[in-house]
Design a binder for this molecule. Sequence first.
Ligand code: HEC
Length: 138
Amino acid sequence: MKRSYGNLLRRAIVLSLVLFGCGESRVDYPQRQMPEGLLREAAQLSAGYTLFHDKCASCHGKLSEGRSDRAVFFDPPAPDFTNINDPKTDPAYLYWRIESGKNVEPYRSQGSVMPAWGGYLTEQQIWQLVAYLQSRGP
Ligand code: HEC
C-alpha cells in the first residue's frame, strides 16, 4: 500500500515537472483542417471582420476599435492579434481557443476571462473568425 502511494507521488511530481517545464506552448488541442480556400474568400473574411468587431473587439481590439477600459486589467491580457506568429497561427489552435475559451486548462487556472464561443457560434462562424485573425495586420 505504502509503496503504491510512493509511486503515485513520484508520478505526480514527474508529470507536474513535465507540464510546467514545457510551458503553455505545448498544450494539446484537436487537429482540424480549415476549410479549403477560406483565407482567400473575401465574403468569409468580411463575415469574420464583422463578427470580430461585434463580439471580440471590446477585449481584443485596438483602442481605435473600441477596446474597453477594463481590458487593461485582464490577467492574462487579451492579445490584439496584430502580431500573431509562432504555433498560435495554427488555425486548429485558434479554432480550439475560440470554441473553448477559459473552460479548458491551463487557461482556467490562469484566471482567463476569454469566453467559450462553442455554444454560440456555428462552426463556419468560428472558421470565419480564424481566417480573419490570420489576415489581421498591425
Ligand atoms: C471578455 C473579454 C473577451 C472577449 C469578449 C473575447 N476574448 Fe478572446 N481572450 C480574452 C483573454 C483575456 C484572452 C487571454 C487569456 C487566454 O488565452 O485565455 C483571450 C484569448 C483568446 C485567444 C487565444 C490567444 C492566444 O494568443 O493564445 C483567441 C484565439 C481568442 N481569445 C479569440 C477571441 C475571439 C475570436 C473572440 C470573439 C468571438 C474573443 N476572443 C472574445 C478575452 C476575451
